[in-house]
Design a protein around this ligand. Sequence first.
Ligand code: PEP
Length: 256
Amino acid sequence: MRTKLVAGNWKLHKTVAEARALVEELSVRLRGLGGRRAEVAVMPPFTALWAVREACSAAGLQLGAQDVHWEEQGAFTGEVSAKMLRDVGCQYVIVGHSERRAMFGDTPENVGKKAAAVLGAGLVPIICVGETLAERERGETMAVVRAQLEAAVAPVTAGDAPTIVIAYEPVWAIGTGKNAETYQAQEVHEHIRGLLRSAFGEGVTDAIRILYGGSVKPSNAGDLMSAPDIDGALVGGASLSADSFAGIVAAAENRP
Ligand code: PEP
């Protein structure tokens, strides 16, 4: 049985004060759920990581970052390393988000280097893959996901593989309010699990969590996460309010 993971990607939102307030509010809402079974993580912008670290830990929330550079240190102006992210209290790091791929030059190979650097620092990469609407309409979804996934996990050893997290995020569903239907997501998740099985074998693959991301909200989260290969959610917009994010966590735990 894989423990569900609900992760909130705050993107370019929240000052330090706002981030503190959101974690406080979230901690109250999650306490209201009683003992929690799902794992919950938040990914604030770099500038707020240190400020929310203690409040997250007190609330039983994991902390993550939204991106990383693959080098540990050096002349890479503007970049942050996995070692630095571990130093500020992160456990998770998103790599290969479609916004980074589309707007900031992340190539499939670079995403693999980032995943390896994150694992090398003892952290867990959340590796994002997903097709655009045009690719889906051309019937290329499975091939696109395969190419992105294979490049991203190429440097991952079988020893590290059980800890990695994959997020299937169809680009057409991100921030659009239009989520993939559960059967569409499950189809791709099953494909991803098959690819992981070929790369790492059965036992290892059984442990790997595959999240769905793309317009997840309290009203669709329960249905999506009831599919056999959907092990949680990567949430953008709905993670910016404690109410909606806690609603998604409740759905992951199958609670009213
Ligand atoms: C995301 O960007 O990772 C995401 C899933 O965004 P949203 O939930 O807003 O679609």
